[in-house]
Design a protein around this ligand. Structure first.
Ligand SMILES: [Zn+2]
Length: 249
């Protein structure tokens, strides 16, 4: 099946790179995208980095993953967006957009008639996330943020969706798995859940870290998630999981 986002297309067996304009009302930004359409059929998976500015690990890991994955190794359709919130990332602002002071991860799924950040969130849902079989949103600790790696997911009241969220969260390979007891709020993964899409939040690294070892840790986690979802065979080079995931409320 062809993978199409706006004018970007990837036929089965193709990898396509490009960017698409997102009209935010007061300005237009270019959103970089890599589409990896596997040579075999499978699920549609969306991965975002750069939802917040100053979180470098997800931008680096998604860019590297996009380079590493070859369509011949992939079953399904992958949409990789290394910089999901260009104003915040290129403006170097932590947590909020320099355009309107809004934290995009409090307003998902956004409002296409709202302010710039609401429009950015709505654009991501309309063009990338709607219709996905799973969604993974990547964050890291900004320069002022002490953080231990963790995975977040929500309990939604839908047993089948909750089981998918939890299984995906446990597949990451991080010890700390934190769940919220409802799908309320403007977090990307909660908003995706409200549309029936299994989704998790993955936090990796802290203090504005750009350490290649931290990036590698996140790439390993992404390989495990993609393997769990049936998109790739278990790659030989992924480090084995040495910790048991534990759920915390
Ligand atoms: Zn963040």
């Amino acid at each position: 099946m062809t993978l199409t986002i706006g004018p970007l297309r990837a036929e089965p067996g193709q990898k396509t790179r490009g960017s698409l304009p997102a009209d935010l009302g007061t300005t237009t930004v270019d959103v970089p995208l890599i589409l990896v359409n596997g040579s075999r059929p499978g699920p549609k998976i969306v991965i975002t980095g750069g939802v917040h500015g100053g979180e470098f690990i997800p931008v680096d890991a998604t860019t590297r993953l996009a380079g590493l994955l070859e369509p011949d190794e992939v079953a399904g359709r992958l949409v990789i967006c290394p910089v999901a919130n260009p104003p915040a990332v290129y403006g170097g602002r932590l947590n909020i957009s320099p355009l309107d002071g809004v934290n995009i991860n409090r307003v998902f799924p956004g409002d296409k008639d709202g302010g710039p950040t609401d429009r950015m969130a709505a654009w991501l849902f309309e063009h990338l996330i709607d219709g996905a079989d799973a969604y993974v949103d990547l964050h890291s600790g900004g320069i002022d943020q002490l953080l231990l790696d963790f995975v977040g997911y929500r309990l939604t009241g839908d047993a089948e969706l909750d089981a998918k969220n939890k299984a995906m969260a446990h597949a990451v390979g991080y010890e700390r798995v934190i769940f919220g007891t409802s799908a309320d709020g403007g977090n990307s993964h909660a908003a995706a859940n409200r549309q029936g899409i299994p989704a998790i939040l993955v936090e990796t690294g802290q203090l504005g870290d750009r350490d290649p070892a931290t990036v590698r840790r996140l790439i390993d986690a992404l390989y495990r998630i993609l393997h769990h979802l049936g998109v790739i065979e278990a790659p030989q080079h992924v480090a084995p999981v040495t910790v048991q995931p534990r759920d915390w409320m």
